[in-house]
Design a protein around this ligand. Structure first.
Ligand code: HEC
Ligand code: HEC
Ligand code: HEC
Ligand code: HEC
Length: 157
């Protein structure tokens, strides 16, 4: 009999536990968004919200529909695999209104070294230069055509 003397403590503890679970379920019902879990472990209503955000990048296909002359040069050179907007930046606004939103002139002293600055971390096969020694302060596009940069392939300006 002695062993069960304090059994009401256990019931009180179990009761607290049940109340805590009920409070949790009620609070959860209020704070979890309605569309949560409709498709998976996320808020389904987030999809149309994200889809409605304004675009920034237009994509390569859009650029070459108007600038086919540039694509003709680029597709034959070493930059064939580098998309227009990787260098010119996000240009959806220019695509929507090409006359009034003209892309800014690029500064090749900053642009080209972003990919080509010599670094031991890059694969040896990737073309890279120490810009200070290689260009000696002369702008890269003086010698390289940005759209077809290899000089020995006749890409010189
Ligand atoms: C609907 C046609 C159209 C599309 C699409 C388009 N452009 Fe243009 N782009 C133009 C026109 C028109 C000009 C102005 C030409 C001019 O006055 O020399 C221009 C000018 C430019 C210039 C500046 C040229 C200069 O003289 O300084 C760049 C760079 C350029 N476009 C890049 C792009 C890129 C990159 C894309 C893709 C994101 C793109 N364009 C998509 C029509 C278009
Ligand atoms: C490797 C970087 C790079 C890529 C990739 C690139 N451009 Fe350029 N582009 C330049 C630079 C640098 C200039 C010269 C400076 C300027 O006008 O801003 C230039 C100039 C231009 C011009 C101005 C006039 C001319 O004929 O030189 C247009 C238009 C243009 N680019 C469109 C494009 C389009 C369209 C694509 C994709 C098919 C593209 N570019 C891809 C770097 C790039
Ligand atoms: C977004 C990255 C990127 C930018 C910016 C960029 N390049 Fe390139 N470049 C590449 C890639 C990728 C290749 C091709 C490498 C390969 O196929 O091994 C390449 C190839 C080259 C080559 C050919 C090297 C050879 O083996 O003959 C030259 C030269 C070159 N780029 C110069 C430039 C110049 C000049 C600029 C600035 C106008 C520039 N690049 C901007 C990525 C870039
Ligand atoms: C005075 C002319 C000149 C200038 C300016 C110049 N280059 Fe070059 N560059 C060359 C020549 C010549 C080659 C060797 C031929 C080739 O590989 O196409 C070369 C080769 C390269 C290569 C290929 C290296 C390799 O190992 O395959 C890259 C990348 C390059 N240049 C990037 C640049 C960058 C970035 C700038 C601007 C900071 C620049 N160049 C400025 C003349 C020049």
């Amino acid at each position: 009999m002695n062993g069960f003397k304090d059994i009401e403590h256990l019931f009180r503890f179990a009761g607290l536990f049940v109340i805590a679970i009920l409070v949790f379920l009620v609070v959860r019902g209020f704070i979890v968004p309605k569309s949560f879990g409709e498709y998976g472990h996320y808020r389904a209503a987030a999809i149309p919200q994200i889809a409605a955000l304004p675009l920034h990048y237009a994509g390569h296909q859009a650029c070459i529909s108007c600038h086919s002359d540039i694509q003709a040069v680029k597709s034959k050179g070493m930059h064939a695999g580098v998309n227009c907007e990787a260098c010119h930046g996000a240009l959806e606004k220019h695509v929507l209104d090409p006359i009034n939103v003209v892309p800014v002139k690029l500064n090749t002293a900053v642009l080209c070294v972003r990919c080509h600055a010599a670094s031991a971390a890059k694969p040896k096969s990737f073309p890279q230069v120490n810009a200070a020694e290689h260009a000696n302060g002369i702008a890269c596009e003086t010698c390289h055509n940005p759209h077809s940069p290899a000089i020995d392939a006749g890409g010189t300006k």
